[in-house]
Design a protein around this ligand. Structure first.
Ligand SMILES: [Zn+2]
Ligand SMILES: [Zn+2]
Length: 133
């Protein structure tokens, strides 16, 4: 079933709509995703044959593909916020860029072999509703 989701970058200059169905959802811990996200992992949704429409700020969207790889990113040139891109007909959507709710949940942590040395048992780390005291 086709659904429409919307999202935006961190500063709000870029907004988008994505029409399609999210079929897969992975948390990727590979080094490239760690470098791109500055975090332990990227959280990407995959929607085949989806339609991506930039609602605002298309001129602020920059796409980058690491030479000789399929590894790429789209992001806002103002704030660096990650944005969706189309790769080989497949929409790759950073889950954190969405402003609408999704019913799919991550199905796997992938490329754990390449995770950061501090990336172990993160589920055991204390969870606070707010910031640290
Ligand atoms: Zn932005
Ligand atoms: Zn990765």
């Amino acid at each position: 079933m086709t659904k429409t989701h919307s999202g935006s970058c961190r500063c709000g200059a870029v907004t988008y709509e994505i029409e399609g169905e999210f079929k897969r959802f992975f948390l990727c811990h590979c080094k490239r995703c760690r470098k791109a996200s500055g975090s332990s992992n990227a959280a990407n949704l995959f929607a085949p044959d989806a339609k991506l429409t930039w609602l605002t700020g298309e001129d602020k969207v920059k796409s980058f593909t690491l030479p000789d790889t399929r590894h790429g990113r789209s992001f806002c040139i103002e704030c660096g916020g990650m944005l969706p891109r189309i790769r080989d007909g497949m929409a790759v959507v950073p889950a954190g860029s969405l402003d609408t709710e999704i019913d799919i949940r991550p199905e796997a942590h992938i490329f754990m072999e390449f995770r950061a040395d501090w990336d172990d048992h993160l589920e055991d780390v204390e969870k606070l509703d707010g910031g640290p005291q």
